[in-house]
Write a protein that binds this ligand. Structure first.
Ligand code: PEP
Length: 269
């Protein structure tokens, strides 16, 4: 049984004190949810993680330490240390008590695309970041998804298979079990136009099948979450699908009421 995960990607929002307020509010709501949903063995029904801008990691650490909530960063360097201006290494991130890190989000990939790097090269960079995260005991949430153009030309599975193959070739299939995969169709991110639950299910099942060709246990145990305009009114139907193990939430993670409703939908899947 895979425990659902709801991850809130704040992107570059909530400056200054508003970050602290949101962290405190999320904590309060999560604690209420926790008491409502506590399992018989006292474990929680879902994992919840938040990803504030990195300058607010210390606030996250101060406010969330000792709670059931996890936190992480929206990116990690592909390198350990050295002359990489503006980058943050996995060991620095770990030093702020993070458990998770987002890798390969399409809003970061498109920065590289402006440099006209080929998608396969981008997948290799994602694989290097994944390796760094694993080496420092962080759980990478690896984002994967097709653009509107890929979708229109029927290339969704090709795009997804390409990254999965790169990840498996890089560290072997068993290491993949230490990650979370996030299927995030680029055309659904921040657009208000979510994938249908059936489409999400089909793609998640495709991902699991591709992994199962290498190792059935990894395919069964890995969490695959969906991201792209998840809101309280569509979360339940998307999360109800058997291969959807929760969500990566952007816009709705900035509203504590909406985020809590989405967490509840995942916890009662
Ligand atoms: C995201 O940032 O990963 C995301 C899914 O955003 P939104 O929920 O706003 O579409």
């Amino acid at each position: 049984m895979r425990k659902p995960l709801v991850a809130g990607n704040w992107k570059m929002n909530n400056p200054d004190e508003s970050s602290k307020v949101l962290l405190e509010n999320i904590l309060e709501h999560a604690e209420l949810l926790e008491t409502q949903l506590l399992q018989e063995d006292n474990s929680s029904a879902i994992d919840i993680a938040v990803f504030p801008p990195s300058v607010y990691l210390k606030d996250a650490q101060e406010i969330l330490t000792g709670s059931q909530l996890h936190w992480g960063t929206q990116n990690v360097s592909a390198y350990d240390e050295g002359p990489y201006t503006g980058e943050i290494s996995a060991s620095m991130i770990k030093g702020f008590g993070c458990d998770y890190v987002l890798i390969g989000h399409s809003e970061r990939r498109c920065l590289y695309e402006k440099l006209e790097l080929d998608q396969f090269v981008l997948d290799q960079i994602v694989a290097q970041k994944y390796e760094m995260a694993i080496e420092h005991d962080l759980i990478p949430i690896i984002c994967i998804g097709e653009t509107a153009e890929d979708y229109a030309s029927g290339k969704t599975e090709e795009v997804i298979a390409r990254l999965l193959d790169v990840l498996i070739a890089h560290k072997g299939v068993k290491t993949l079990a230490k990650t979370v995969l996030a299927y995030e169709p680029v055309w659904a991110i921040g657009t208000g136009k979510s994938a249908t639950p059936e489409w999400a299910q089909d793609i998640h099942a495709f991902m699991r099948k591709r992994i199962a060709e290498h190792d059935v246990d990894t395919a069964d145990s890995i969490r695959i979450i969906y991201g792209g305009s998840v809101k309280p009114d569509n979360a339940k139907a998307i999360f109800a699908k058997p291969d959807v193990d929760g969500g990566l939430i952007g816009g709705a993670s900035l509203d504590v009421e909406e985020f809590s409703q989405i967490c509840l939908a995942a916890a009662t899947k």
